[in-house]
Design a protein around this ligand. Structure first.
Ligand SMILES: [Zn+2]
Length: 276
């Protein structure tokens, strides 16, 4: 069973798989109907759309950001690459990392599945990684949090955070006026002005995220082209899809020690928003 490789040969559009098969009732009326040519296949363009289910730990920041990617880049006109549609999978009040993986696997079925989760103070990250590895779910781990990924659009960042996002959020609030009130009064949304502030900073964010790989304390983690690296965590499957880059961390670099780091850049490279 493969969870990658696009939707070719599978159900072409999301949602169809859930519909019960329609049984044709044989009635005399049907039999009397004139034969008609079968409906033409959907245009090649439709089938070229890549569908990704992306599980999110948070209920607003990550889904908002993924919808922003859909709206800005999904039709392929800016990237020149394949069209894509991300289906965010999340829950009210959020999910723990292992729940993120389980939920996205349940929803994605045979489609491509990714999971975004944070270090925070979670205890089930090893379980989340194991579940992901078992089914080939791609993981974008952020330490301390996804907010680091947003911050990297504006500036480089370094220094251990030990799971605390406080300093990252403070720095993000100062990095751009649109984020001045981020995470105040429960507002962790990424809409309107905040989306505008992120625009055209994707390459900078990817570059800053990859330089964190080079700075990893482990010492053998490299920010070079990571497509040739075979693993990103112990037990992870080999990836047949060359579009999906690896994190660049050495196989024996413990995930929980990658501080600070974020793998969200892998998703943007995979979607051809930013070149590898
Ligand atoms: Zn590392």
């Amino acid at each position: 069973m493969s969870t990658r490789g696009g939707q070719q040969g599978q159900h072409g559009a999301e949602g169809q798989a859930d519909e019960p098969p329609r049984r044709k009732r044989k009635s005399r009326k049907d039999e009397e109907k004139p034969l008609v040519a079968p409906a033409p296949p959907p245009p090649a363009d439709t089938r070229a759309q890549r569908v990704l289910y992306v599980g999110c730990e948070g209920e607003s920041t990550e889904p908002d950001y993924l919808n922003y990617l859909n709206e800005r880049f999904g039709d392929g006109s800016l990237t020149g690459g394949r069209r894509f549609r991300i289906q965010p999978v999340y829950a009210k009040n959020g999910l723990t990392p292992a729940r993120v993986v389980a939920q996205v696997q349940a929803k994605a079925e045979e489609d491509e599945a990714w999971a975004l989760f944070d270090r925070d103070q979670h205890h089930d990250i090893p379980e989340a990684l194991r579940l992901a590895a078992e089914q080939g779910t791609e993981v974008c781990f952020s330490h301390p949090s996804f907010d680091l990924w947003l911050l990297l659009h504006f500036q480089a960042f370094g220094g251990k955070r030990s799971g605390s996002s406080e300093h990252v959020v403070d720095t993000l609030r100062q990095a751009d006026p649109a984020f001045k009130n981020f995470d105040k009064r429960n507002d962790k949304s990424v809409k309107d002005g905040r989306r505008a502030a992120l625009k055209e900073k994707e390459s900078a964010a990817v570059s800053h995220a990859r330089s964190l790989v080079a700075q990893c304390e482990h010492g053998a983690c490299k920010a070079k082209s990571t497509r040739k690296d075979r693993y990103q965590w112990e037990g992870a499957p080999e990836r047949p899809d060359p579009l999906i880059p690896h994190s660049g961390h050495a196989v024996d670099c413990p995930v929980l020690d990658r501080d600070p780091s974020t793998d969200v850049w892998r998703l943007l490279v995979s979607l051809e928003i930013v070149d590898a």
